[in-house]
Design a protein around this ligand. Structure first.
Ligand code: QAP
Ligand code: CO
Length: 176
């Protein structure tokens, strides 16, 4: 297993459309395992393959449990080639992203969704999700289309983000 470098905004690689996964082999499994290790090491709850510079339709999510706020390996969720089947309602949540560290904003999403996908072995499955899981799945599926949560901000809040980003980048330059 390995911790992989995360591609950060405004790197244009994050805008690439991810390719459909056709081979459910050990290379895919190794990538998914490395993604999991990377996500945990960086305090993430979700990660798309493109964020570790592999533009393929694969994403992982491991939400913290409600009872203790901890992430458990047995709660690992891996969605390969996901497609939205059904949506209901809308909701907003203050989102962040490992590719946009230090910035959080309210984003509108569907409240509940149904998603078709394949697991790491290529077996077709359906996931019904609401709450934080539904938001995480939509956020990660956006990555597969080259879309970041900041791309969904209304123009004024997008400007606020670009301004704040300059400050964050200065801070990070001063750090190491
Ligand atoms: C996507 O986001 C998501 O700024 C996953 O400094 C967002 O894991 C799912 C993170 C909202 C559900 C709701 C962000 C870590 C992690 C940061 C993440 C940071 C360190 C974000
Ligand atoms: Co993200």
């Amino acid at each position: 297993m390995a911790i992989l470098p995360i591609v950060k905004y405004p790197n244009k690689r994050l805008k690439v459309k991810s390719q459909v996964v056709r081979e459910f082999d050990e290379n895919l499994h190794k990538l998914l395992d490395d993604m999991y290790e990377t996500m945990i090491a960086t305090n993430g709850i979700g990660l798309a393959a493109i964020q570790v510079d592999m533009p393929i339709c694969a994403l992982i999510i491991t939400l913290p449990r409600e009872e203790d706020g901890q992430q458990y390996e047995e709660d690992r969720l891996e969605l390969i080639n996901p497609t939205l089947l059904k949506t209901q309602g809308t909701t907003t949540y203050q989102e962040g992203c490992l590719s946009v560290p230090g910035f959080y904003e309210e984003i509108e999403r569907f409240e509940s969704i149904s998603v078709g996908y394949q697991d790491r072995f290529g077996v077709e499955k359906v996931l019904q999700a609401d709450g934080l899981l539904a938001i995480a799945v939509q956020h990660e599926m956006d990555h597969l289309n080259g879309v970041l949560f900041v791309d969904r901000l209304p123009i004024l809040r997008r400007k606020k983000f670009e301004k704040e980003l300059k400050r964050i980048q200065k801070e990070q330059k001063a750090k190491p």
